[in-house]
Design a protein around this ligand. Structure first.
Ligand SMILES: [Zn+2]
Length: 618
């Protein structure tokens, strides 16, 4: 049976210039898809003046098509498909029937609001977004009372089903020029200059969370600017030479500043690179890594990476804020939340040192410490102290544990801050010190290898580090096995760097009978979720199978199965060796789970049970 399966509803052709201009080749050299922000980012190094995009909405299946003219995809075609999502598939490819065109196809189901899709030009890049709130009609404000941001941001069009009213062409290249290529009956409309219509709706400016395009050095501090809400993951220090490293999640770095070195002072430099497809990394080479902190602007569109001794006298924002409301509550045994609202957007920094959390509010006076203390219901925040931060601010100092995890959120308008502190209850384990071998030749020696550690943080998201989770699970596992009477060798019992070679060497030197490496998985998209067990040698297969079965049964997550993988530690140890990926840090729900002691304990118990079963079978 034949179906009239393609209905062209309408087509827009968008252009920012006059049609006759010679076409430059536009190259797309990377494609990023961020499902959490509902953004497709097509990045180009080409400095072209004009980018032409044709948009179509087709039926059966429902899909949106963007054809980018005179465009070459210099990387392999990309595709993503999703279950249980309104978007079913996204494909970016060099269009086969017209090799001059790069085609983006978004296939969606009936619940998806296709009219929310927007396509923007951001410098030389194209951004397709399908979340209405991603780009509110906010102006780009200058940050830190600095120069006005220069913008080259355009919204091309929207998928309105209504007819656009035709107006005279205007000599205004900053507006969006929309030309209808087809009429409502699907007939081609001849393109001629007199039919070009100018859509006079204001050009929207982007505000999102992903685009950094400028670094300015000011008195030895770095102002990192971009478009959108910039966030920073917990900084860490790398040795020899000393470097301070910050990761910016959901951030994309403009080509022209990528990996360029900027001089902060005689002996200090700063660099920003694209570390992962959706993550940027800032590296500051300095002998004083502890002195730097990121300060968030009042509009979150930039961070000021400031050296504590070099910001005296700098004012960040001319409006002084005051704390308007606050609340502190105990969420559960391990988690406390402190929340503030402010009268004005607040310029702030959050910095965790070993045993203290510093929250600096640079433009905030007005804080009644006594009144605040009286209303505290949380033990954690009862120890909070405040100091003046000249000229207009407050420094809050909250004593925390070394192991405390800080989750921090700010509202879009920067009038609300929320701090969530989670301190895992592993105090007992910490006190016992290294769980090391009680050599007893009659019992098996089980080597537990907490993945990563020290300067190797492993996978990170939102300030949560793989190395911390692997250590905690490993300690719990060591404790259980120790109680069962096994010889237990824990490769590291604190946050320290251990090379892969050393991990293998310790195992061999101590005649390990079984080797278990604990890791946390990550993926560039948040969909990835679940449990994996890896083995390499044939003699490890049974061990992997038995442990994985216990593990996958005990933990309510997706069972991704067994993998034969060439990981160094399981390839080079001579005993049966496995590597357990205990969940995905990049999946927000699983990350939350992995931060709980329940999940960690269950994981440790399941692996321990698997080990016992395997040894019993032998
Ligand atoms: Zn790992």
């Amino acid at each position: 049976m034949l179906k009239n399966f393609i209905i062209i509803i309408f087509i827009f052709i968008i252009n920012l210039f006059n049609w006759a201009a010679a076409a430059e080749n536009y190259k797309i050299n990377s494609v990023h898809f961020d499902n959490s922000d509902n953004v497709i980012f097509l990045a180009s190094p080409s400095k072209v003046q004009y980018i032409n995009v044709k948009s179509m909405k087709l039926k059966e299946p429902d899909r949106l098509i963007f054809d980018i003219d005179n465009c070459v995809l210099t990387r392999p075609n990309s595709g993503w498909s999703f279950k249980n999502s309104d978007i079913q598939e996204v494909k970016v490819s060099q269009f086969t029937t017209n090799p001059n065109v790069v085609r983006v196809v978004i296939t969606y189901n009936k619940d998806f609001k296709a009219d929310k899709v927007r396509i923007h030009r951001v410098d030389n890049n194209l951004v397709i977004s399908y979340n209405k709130n991603l780009f509110p009609q906010n102006d780009l404000r200058s940050v830190y009372n600095d120069e006005k941001a220069e913008v080259n941001y355009y919204e091309y069009t929207t998928f309105n089903e209504e007819e656009k009213t035709t107006t005279q062409p205007a000599d205004n290249t900053s507006g969006t020029v929309a030309v209808k290529a087809f009429n409502s009956k699907g007939e081609l409309v001849k393109q001629d200059a007199s039919k070009i219509v100018v859509d006079n709706t204001p050009v929207s400016k982007l505000k999102s969370s992903f685009y950094v395009n400028k670094i300015d050095i000011k008195r030895g501090n770095a102002l990192i600017r971009g478009v959108g809400s910039i966030g920073v993951e917990k900084p860490f220090v790398v040795k020899e030479p000393d470097r301070l490293v910050f990761d910016l999640p959901n951030t994309y770095v403009a080509q022209d500043i990528r990996n360029k070195e900027f001089v902060l002072s005689e002996k200090e430099t700063i660099k920003i690179g694209q570390f992962e497809p959706t993550k940027a990394r800032i590296v500051v080479t300095t002998t004083e890594p502890d002195k730097f902190r990121p300060i968030y602007s009042y509009d979150s569109q930039s961070i000021f990476l400031a050296h504590d001794d070099r910001i005296l006298g700098l004012t960040f924002y001319d409006k002084t804020s005051a704390i308007y409301t606050y609340s502190a509550k105990k969420n559960n045994d391990t988690t406390d939340t402190l929340q503030f609202t402010f009268t004005e957007p607040v310029v702030h920094s959050i910095k965790k040192l070993n045993n203290v959390l510093e929250v600096n509010l640079y433009n905030c006076s007005g804080f009644n410490h006594e009144a605040y203390k009286k209303n505290l219901t949380s033990e954690v925040f009862a120890k909070l102290r405040t100091e003046a931060l000249l000229p207009y601010g407050i420094k809050m100092i909250i004593p925390v544990k070394n192991t405390t995890l800080v989750d921090y959120k700010q509202s879009f308008d920067n009038k609300q801050l929320s701090l969530q502190l989670t301190t895992p209850k592993d105090a007992e384990i910490n006190k016992t010190g290294p769980l090391f071998i009680k050599r007893n030749p009659n019992v098996k020696t089980i080597v537990i290898d907490p993945g990563h550690g020290g300067s190797d943080v492993g996978a990170t998201r939102e300030g949560v580090y793989e190395k911390d989770i692997t250590l905690d699970i490993s300690k719990r596992l060591a404790k259980i096995l120790d109680k069962k009477g096994y010889n237990v060798l824990l490769i590291r019992d604190k946050d320290e760097t251990v090379s892969l070679q050393d991990r293998v060497k310790y195992t061999e030197d101590n005649h390990g009978d079984l080797f278990v490496s604990i890791h946390v998985n990550s993926s560039v998209t948040p969909e990835g979720v679940g449990l994996e067990t890896h083995y390499f040698t044939d003699q490890s297969y049974d061990f992997a199978q038995v442990v994985h079965k216990e593990f996958a049964e005990a933990i309510k997550s997706k069972d991704r199965g067994l993998f034969k993988s060439r990981f160094y530690v399981i390839k080079n140890t001579t005993c049966p060796s496995i590597l357990v990926e205990t969940g995905f840090i990049s999946n927000p729900e699983e990350r939350k789970e992995l931060m709980t002691s329940e999940r960690r304990q269950k994981t440790a118990e399941a692996i321990a049970k698997g080990i016992q079963k395997y040894l019993g079978k032998e």
